[in-house]
Design a binder for this molecule. Sequence first.
Ligand code: PHB
Length: 388
Amino acid sequence: MNRFLSIATAAALCLGAGTAFAQTQGKLKVGFMLPYTGTFAALGTAIENGFRLYADENGGKIGGREIEFVKVDDESEPSKATDNVNKLIKRDNVDVIVGTVHSGVALAMAKAAKESNTLLIVPNAGADAVTGPMCAPNIFRTSFSNWQPAYAMGLVAAEKQKHKTAVTLTWKYAAGDESVRGFKEGFESKGGKVLKELSVPFPNVEFQALLTEIAAMKPDAVYVFFAGGGAVKFVKDYAAAGLKDRIPLYGAGFLTDGTLEAQGEAANGLLTTLHYADDLGNPKDKVFRTNYAKTYKLQPDVYAVQGYDAAQLLATGLAAAKGDFSKRDVVVKAMETAKVDSPRGAFTMSTSHNPIQDIYLRKVEGKVNRNIGLAAKALADPARGCKL
Ligand code: PHB
């Protein structure tokens, strides 16, 4: 009897170990929640492309694990965000969520991820709160906070460009508001003055009335936050209104990233600030750009880089746990202390899990965002309100 019991116990133990083994070695389920339609559609695709490129370069694996992907189109629609993220968490039971582009959607995702303790890697959305008051051990960002490029542009506009006054213009939502706030903080800290903050609802592209208002106000400079399809339309409208040669236009670099083919001559010469440029020329970037272009028959942009780095960060975490995702604290610790060898230049994570990174001043030359100098070195988001 005893003997039988012990055999049964041993069998049960074996079964247990076998299950754990299978869990470790089975596919890791990654849920992409990204915009595949609307003004940010191209951004979502670039992020997914970048993420997949890293897996392709590593035999289809991330941190030694086979990957299964599931996808949700979030449409950059905050009102659908909670339902959409719960499809990934509750229906699909994903291990990791990668998303998204739009700050309003990302805020709902961060809340759901925090409540369910699902690992979330944000590959774009800059919502300051994600690595501010909502920061959490299971939430990481491989992109930027809205404050980062905007604050750097404020410094450049005042110190390097010697502007005294500016008008700002953005879509009215978290990312635009925070971008304008960051610009204003940088600009006014160096003696500049923001005369007026203009906005249009997201994702509207009716700019005429506001361009007329700007022309009448004659500020020294204009600072804007637009991206994707809206950025294409804005840059063309600004030039068509005859403002480009009269009032210098500046932006967070999303204004001219992934958009230059469509913007054409209207973008030529524009100055923007961002954590990436098209001609950085470091060894990692060279390989990345070559492989991306070969795989997708497209030039990469900042969004592709951020997606690629989301995969690299996850790989670092998984590799530290030898692929065992159930060792969550080992995974998280490795992600927190990672030095990500990014095409943008290596970066580390702040204690709030946002990249500490160089912000480049870029100038559009033809179809290229050329790096013309550093706007801010190793800039860390202030992470106001984060307690980790
Ligand atoms: C955002 O909503 O945070 C956002 C969207 C598009 C960008 C950058 C930031 O290019």
